[in-house]
Ligand binder design. Structure first.
Ligand code: NAI
Length: 383
């Protein structure tokens, strides 16, 4: 099965069987022969509010592969939002997009926008792999239920700086857990991936006095950070205090974990663990793992500031992302208390948040929410 990160969902059975197993509320397929649109929207949970999640444009061989991805990714968004303390649920769209170089027409984006609109605000779109702000602006002509639009029209812009800032704070908590001090000065940190988040993280860490080494399959990107450059093949096994995966998912499996030479794993990449055994393997080697969806929540925290009082402010979004440090500390405390690994503890924190603050039933179109009012209010700017 071909999926964008890893295939954990068995979609061989019925669609509804998979939805029941994963706790998904809704899966909606959209097709528009006029423009060649093929897409599926997964709404995992709206117990805490409308389901926010990115639109991913990707090549899938079969519909089943797209379905597996949308089920897995939408469920992860629920947990990310719940643990981050946001009043929103988890959703995702995957668009079956065969040629990454193909340009999306205005008509295509309008059709996709109408698909999002048809869900009545239960799902709110954002950028994901393969998408850009231009896609969000195109969609915004047809629906209010979209974020990450042009900052001049109320959007929150590139989320990467806030994501990196959140990872930095998660890393402080992880270092405290591993070494007894949150200080990053003097720590050797290896970053895999010098993209939007990795490069920014490298800069923040160097400002804090950390000894940073960076690896990227494009060495010029690693070099541009000004940090020590490592060979991309050796990054995962380089000796360090902290390993920060900021490239691909599924880099940590039982085999790769056996070869790690780090005390801490804390990075931005989504779905770093290839499977459930990976979290136990890390704990078995006494490597402190800061769960990815806890420390990389800065991106959705940044988006959530689009409907914060007073409108979007980068300063307030950064301040909120700094609280990831306390959240991550809470994950380690619960893990110790319950005798489980941090990945399980983080999932438990998410479950408890939904139980405590959720309404115990799905969000319905038209029900009031801060997000809804703010997105409706700015709709006029796109007409
Ligand atoms: P990006 O696409 O800008 O950067 C990824 C970088 O990794 C690229 O420079 C690429 O050349 C490099 N790379 C790919 N394979 C590699 C390998 N095997 N070894 C070393 N480098 C490799 O992506 P971005 O936005 O920086 O995101 C990084 C990760 O963080 C992704 O997994 C993403 O899903 C996740 N994430 C990003 C957020 C954001 O705000 N951008 C928010 C939450 C998660």
């Amino acid at each position: 099965m071909e999926t964008t990160d890893r295939a954990t969902t068995n979609v061989a059975g019925s669609v509804t069987g998979n939805m029941l197993a994963g706790g998904h509320e809704q899966v909606s397929w959209f097709a528009d022969p006029g423009v060649g649109l093929r897409a599926v929207v997964g709404i995992h949970s709206t117990a805490l509010g409308p389901a926010l999640g990115g639109i991913r444009f990707w090549h899938y061989r079969r519909d089943e592969d797209a379905l597996a991805d949308v089920l897995r990714l939408s469920a992860a968004m629920t947990m990310k939002a719940a643990v981050a303390g946001l009043d929103q649920g988890g959703g995702k769209t995957v668009v079956l997009w065969d040629d990454p170089k193909a340009v999306r027409s205005e008509a295509f984006l309008q059709s996709l926008g109408r698909a999002v609109e048809a869900l009545g605000g239960r799902y709110v779109a954002a950028e994901d792999v393969g998408a850009s702000q231009a896609d969000m602006d195109g969609i915004a002509g047809e629906t209010a239920w979209v974020t990450g639009v042009d900052p001049a029209r109320g959007g929150s812009g590139d989320p990467s700086p806030v994501t990196a800032y959140g990872v930095l704070h998660g890393m402080r908590a992880a270092c405290e857990e591993a070494f007894g001090s949150p200080a990053l000065a003097g720590r050797r940190v290896v970053i895999q991936g010098a993209g939007h988040v990795g490069a920014r993280l490298a800069r923040l860490l160097m400002d804090d006095g950390a000894r940073v080494a960076v690896a990227d399959i494009d060495p010029s990107r690693a070099a541009a950070t000004g940090a020590e450059v490592l060979d991309a093949d050796g990054a995962l096994t380089a000796e360090c205090d902290v390993l920060a995966p900021c490239a691909l998912g599924a880099v940590l499996n039982v085999d790769s974990i056996a070869r790690l030479r780090t005390n801490v794993v804390c990075g931005a990449a989504n779905n770093q663990l290839a499977d459930d055994a990976a979290a136990d393997a890390l704990a078995g080697r006494s490597i402190v793992y800061a769960p990815d969806f806890v420390v990389n929540a800065g991106g959705i925290i940044n988006i959530a500031h689009e409907w914060a009082a007073g409108g979007y402010s980068s300063e307030r979004a950064h301040a909120a992302a700094a609280r990831i440090e306390a959240t991550t500390r809470g994950v380690f405390e619960l893990a110790r208390h319950e005798g489980v690994n941090p990945a399980k503890a983080a999932a438990e924190l998410g479950r408890r948040r939904i139980e405590r603050d959720g309404q115990g039933r799905p969000y319905l179109p038209g029900e009031p929410s801060l997000m809804r009012e703010a997105l409706l209010a700015r709709r006029e700017r796109f007409r």
